[in-house]
Ligand binder design. Structure first.
Ligand SMILES: Cc1cc2nc3c(=O)[nH]c(=O)nc-3n(C[C@H](O)[C@H](O)[C@H](O)COP(=O)(O)OP(=O)(O)OC[C@H]3O[C@@H](n4cnc5c(N)ncnc54)[C@H](O)[C@@H]3O)c2cc1C
Ligand code: SF4
Length: 492
C-alpha cells in the first residue's frame, strides 16, 4: 500500500475528453489520459485491501493492488509485467472495458472507486512507448498444430497463449482484416485500429499465422451473404489438418424487429452501419444509404451498440439523433448497499450521449412508416407507443401512440446468437440459447461435444464483453494445451 492515508486525502480524478465540438470533427480517440504524476497519485488511493474485491470483479482477475503499488513506486515496467500476467491486451481493455473492477472496488461503497481503468490505460501506453512490449516467442516448439477460427479478442488471446506455449497456431478469419468486433464494430473513436495492428505484428513475430478472407464452415445462402466468394474450408478439413481446433467465431446474428415496414430502405442493422464506418476510416467509401448526414436518425436499442451508433451518426452530421429503450429509465445512482460489489443497474451516459442525443425510455416501435410518391419505398417515420412496466411485465399505454420523423433507423437490439449454419457445420452440440455448448470449469475445459474441438468467447457464452472474451481465450488455450500435451503451465 503506497500511502496509508491516500484514500482519505486524494480525490478520484477521471480521464478527460476533448471538447464535443472538436471531437465531433473526426473519428480518432479523444480520451485525455492521466499524466504519469496524476496516475501515481491516483494509484496511492488504493487501500491494498485484505480481500481485493477489484480482483474478483475483474473477469481476467487483474492483480490490481500490485500494479497500483508498482505505479506508486514508479516501477512501471514491473507494473506492465503484472498486468500482462493476467491480460494479453490491456491496450484494448484500458480503453473500452466498462470496468467491473471499479464497480467492485471497496472504495465504490461510497462512490469513489480507485480509477483502475485509467491506471491500466496509463501503464500499457507507457509500456508501448518505452519499447517494453516485445514478442515473446516460445523457447521450444511442441510440433503440435492448432487452428483458431475467428480473430476477435477471444481468438487472439487464445492464439497468443498457445503460440507462447510452443504450438504452431493458424488463425482463420472470414473478414479482410483481423480483430473481430474490435476491428469491425467498435468505432475508431473508442479504439484506434492501430492498437490491433501492433498486437497482430507482435503475434506474427511469435509465430502466429493469420489467414484472412477464409470462411470456415457454412454461411447462410441468402441475398445478404457477403462472403460467398471467400475461400472456404470445411471444419472437417481443419480437424484433419490440425491437432486441435478452437472456435472463437463470436455471436454475429443480430436481433431483428419484424414490425410492418421493416423492409423499407433506410432501416438497417447497427452491424451494417458501424462496420462500414470502420471500413471508411480505413479508406473505403460509405454508401449513401448508410450516411446519416442531414438525416433524422432513430437508434433502436439502449445499449453500447446503440450508443456507438449515436456517436457515429453525430460525426456524420445527423440532423437529429434519438435513441429508444424498451425498459424504463434506471435510477441515476445505484443502491450500493444492495448491489456492491456486483455490476449495478443505473443510468449510464456515454461520451456519445453527451455529444447530442434524445434518449427515450419505456417506448416500443410499432411500425416503420413509408414515404409517399417517389419515396414510397423509403422510411420517413417511426410509429411508437409508450410502455408501462409493472412487476417486470410491460403493457402498452392506450392513446400514447406517436410518429417521429426518421430517415435512417438503426437496429441495435443485441445479438440472438452465433450464426447457426456455422455451428451446424462443425456438428457441435448447442446450449438452450443456440451457443456452442462447452463447460468452463477445469474438468469441462471449454471442450465441445466433438473430440479435439473447443469453443470460447461470445460463440460459447453469448454476446458479452471484450474482457470476458480475453478471459475465455486464455482459459481455453490452457485447456487445449493440456489436451495436446497432457498438462499445461499456462495460467487459468
Ligand atoms: C458495436 C459493438 C460495440 C461494443 N463495444 C464494446 C465495448 O465498448 N466494450 C466491451 O468490452 N465490449 C464491447 N462489445 C462486445 C465485444 O466486442 C464482444 O463481446 C467481443 O468482441 C467478443 O469477442 P469474440 O472474440 O468472442 O468474438 P468477435 O469479436 O465477434 O470475433 C469473432 C470473429 O470470428 C469471425 N468468424 C465468425 N465466423 C467465422 C467463420 N465461420 N469462419 C471464419 N471466421 C469467422 C468473425 O468474422 C469475427 O472476426 C461491443 C460489441 C459491439 C457489437
Ligand atoms: S478494492 Fe479498490 S482499494 Fe481495494 S485493493 Fe482493489 S483497487 Fe485497491
Amino acid at each position: 500500500m503506497g500511502k496509508i492515508t491516500g484514500f482519505m486525502e486524494i480525490d478520484r480524478l477521471e480521464e478527460g475528453y476533448a471538447p464535443v465540438a472538436e471531437r465531433l470533427g473526426h473519428y480518432q480517440e479523444f480520451v485525455i489520459g492521466l499524466t504519469d504524476a496524476q496516475t501515481q497519485t491516483q494509484a496511492t488511493r488504493c487501500m491494498d485491501c485484505g480481500t481485493p474485491f477489484c480482483n474478483h470483479g475483474c473477469p481476467v482477475n487483474n492483480i490490481i493492488p500490485d500494479f497500483n503499488q508498482l505505479v506508486y513506486e514508479s516501477d512501471w515496467q514491473a507494473a506492465i509485467d503484472v498486468l500482462h500476467s493476467t491480460n494479453n491486451f490491456p491496450d484494448f481493455t484500458g480503453r473500452i472495458c466498462p470496468a467491473p473492477c471499479e464497480a467492485a472496488c471497496v472504495l465504490n461503497i461510497h462512490g469513489v472507486p480507485v480509477g483502475i481503468k485509467s491506471i491500466e490505460h496509463a501503464i500499457i501506453d507507457k509500456a508501448w512507448a518505452s519499447g517494453w512490449v516485445q514478442p515473446q516467442p516460445a523457447p521450444c516448439k511442441t510440433g503440435k498444430t492448432v487452428a483458431v477460427v475467428g480473430s476477435g479478442p477471444a481468438g487472439l488471446a487464445a492464439a497468443q497463449q498457445l503460440a507462447r506455449a510452443g504450438h504452431a497456431v493458424t488463425v482463420f478469419e472470414k473478414n479482410d482484416r483481423i480483430g473481430g468486433l474490435l476491428r469491425y464494430g467498435i468505432p475508431d473513436f473508442k479504439l484506434d485500429k492501430n492498437h490491433i495492428d501492433r498486437r497482430v505484428a507482435q503475434m506474427q513475430a511469435e509465430g502466429v499465422v493469420f489467414r484472412t478472407r477464409v470462411l470456415v464452415g457454412d454461411w447462410p445462402n441468402d441475398a445478404s451473404a457477403p462472403l460467398l466468394d471467400h475461400e472456404k474450408i470445411s471444419p472437417q478439413q481443419l480437424q484433419q489438418d490440425f491437432d486441435a481446433v478452437l472456435i472463437a467465431a463470436g455471436s454475429e446474428q443480430s436481433r431483428d424487429l419484424p414490425v410492418p415496414g421493416r423492409a423499407l430502405d433506410g432501416v438497417h442493422f447497427a452491424m451494417e452501419f458501424l462496420p462500414q464506418q470502420n471500413r471508411v476510416n480505413a479508406g473505403d467509401q460509405l454508401p449513401a444509404q448508410l450516411r446519416a448526414d442531414g438525416k433524422h436518425v432513430v437508434v433502436i436499442g439502449g445499449g453500447d451498440t446503440g450508443s456507438d451508433c449515436v456517436g457515429t451518426s453525430n460525426r456524420h452530421g445527423a440532423a437529429s439523433v434519438t435513441q429508444f429503450e424498451l425498459l424504463p429509465q434506471p435510477p441515476a445512482e445505484e443502491n450500493r448497499p444492495l448491489t456492491w460489489p456486483y455490476w449495478p443497474l443505473k443510468l449510464r451516459t456515454s461520451s456519445s450521449h453527451d455529444e447530442g442525443c434524445t434518449r427515450e425510455f419505456a417506448i416500443a416501435t410499432k411500425e416503420f412508416v413509408a414515404g409517399t410518391g417517389q419515396h414510397a419505398d423509403r422510411v420517413v417515420g417511426v410509429k411508437t407507443v409508450r410502455l408501462a412496466w409493472k412487476d417486470g411485465k410491460m403493457s402498452e399505454i392506450a392513446g400514447s401512440e406517436q410518429t417521429l420523423p426518421a430517415d435512417l433507423v438503426l437496429l441495435a437490439m443485441g445479438f440472438v446468437g452465433p450464426v447457426a449454419s456455422v455451428l451446424q457445420s462443425f456438428g457441435v452440440e448447442l446450449d438452450a440459447r443456440g451457443n456452442a455448448k462447452a463447460s468452463t470449469d477445469e474438468a469441462g475445459g471449454y471442450a465441445t461435444s466433438v473430440q479435439g474441438l473447443f469453443a470460447a468467447g461470445d460463440v460459447r457464452r453469448g454476446q458479452s464483453l471484450v474482457v470476458w472474451a480475453i478471459r475465455e481465450g486464455r482459459q481455453a488455450a490452457r485447456a487445449v494445451d493440456a489436451y495436446l500435451m497432457g498438462e499445461s503451465v499456462l495460467p487459468r
